[in-house]
Write a protein that binds this ligand. Structure first.
Ligand code: 3HC
Length: 286
């Protein structure tokens, strides 16, 4: 098996910072790249805030804190990625941007470097095809909040080799995650099942079946879900949910993936959920 020591994380937003943190806490050296200093600083600040809380709660000690921070190497350049063993891409969900990034990484990285995309909706096979190493590209789909969620989906593009899958499986497990493998089909496992459920909850609410609180409590207390579906939709972001639903609908053409009119109107109104301060619920602190 390949000896994995140096990890690259390209993109340090909500998901990228979580992945970088978990990798550093698992003992890897991690190069973290953002496109400008401001975004990079914001990402590093987010990681430190989560680690600070962990220290305050006694989950980690000061020594762990400093060791984790010392393993994170922030940069706004792509070149430091050249020697990485695995690079995880966590940039915007746009196929052109991802293909451009992977083509650039392909030119500068050593031949053995494995590329993984955290995409939740785009074809991993199309991203892999932008490189001259499509056998060494796969999907590695994390869940928000990354430090808490125990799952990672390992997605096999049509071109992904068995060796690449094996290395990424071991890597995911070393991060403390349970790794499930899926073929490169829209939504993989989790979003394919989760998104129709969330859309159905929005339909139920829109049709006046019950109040938002009762719908959420129904699933929280009746099915032991940590969050009800409307709260979870707000948490994911209604724009993200709308976008992923459209991708699924475009590919499968099945009505269960069709975003309900209420969701579209909430997105048009800027009611994007928790991050916007308003969605199905109000979030005064956001
Ligand atoms: N970063 C790090 N740790 C966090 C965190 C974050 N952003 N948010 C919460 N936590 C930690 C808390 O510190 C706390 O740790 P502790 O138990 O050691 O004190 C623990 O998680 C529980 O947090 P809280 O007590 O504040 O709140 P909850 O018990 O309500 O848990 C939750 C919050 C973990 C978010 C829980 O509600 C949950 O699991 N919700 C469902 C999340 C989910 O389904 N995510 C997947 C979304 S789909 C997705 O990401 C795919 C994409 O493609 C759309």
């Amino acid at each position: 098996m390949a000896d994995i020591q140096l990890i690259g994380v390209v993109g340090c937003g909500l998901m990228g910072s979580g992945i970088a943190q978990v990798a550093a806490q698992s003992g890897y050296e991690v190069i973290v790249r953002e496109v400008n200093q401001e975004l990079l600083d914001a990402g590093m600040k987010r990681i430190k805030a989560v680690l600070d809380k962990d220290v305050a709660k006694g989950k980690i000690n000061q020594e762990d804190y400093h060791a984790t921070i010392s393993r994170l190497h922030p940069t706004i350049e792509l070149e430091p990625m050249a020697d990485a063993d695995i690079i995880i891409e966590v940039i915007v969900e746009q196929i052109a941007a991802k293909r451009e990034l992977f083509a650039a990484l392909d030119r500068i990285c050593k031949p053995q470097t494995i590329f993984a995309t955290n995409t939740s909706s785009l074809p991993v096979t199309e991203v892999a095809a932008a490189t001259k190493r499509p056998d060494r590209v796969a999907g590695l789909h994390f869940f928000n909040p990354v430090p808490v969620m125990k799952l990672v989906e390992l997605v096999r593009a049509l071109s992904t080799s068995q060796e690449t899958l094996f290395t990424l499986q071991q890597f995911g497990e070393r991060l403390g995650k349970t790794v499930v493998q899926a073929q490169d089909t829209p939504g993989f496992i989790v979003n394919r099942l989760l998104v129709p459920y969330l859309l159905d909850a929005i339909r139920c609410f829109g049709e006046g079946l019950a109040s938002r609180e009762d719908i959420d409590n129904g699933m929280k207390l009746g099915a032991s879900h940590p969050m009800g579906p409307l709260t979870l939709s707000d948490f994911i972001g209604l724009d993200t949910l709308y976008y992923v639903a459209n991708v699924l609908f475009d590919e499968y053409k099945e009505s269960r993936f069709a975003p309900p009119p209420l969701l579209r109107r909430m997105v048009l109104a800027g009611m994007l959920g928790k991050k916007a301060g308003k969605g199905f619920y109000d979030y005064p602190q956001a």
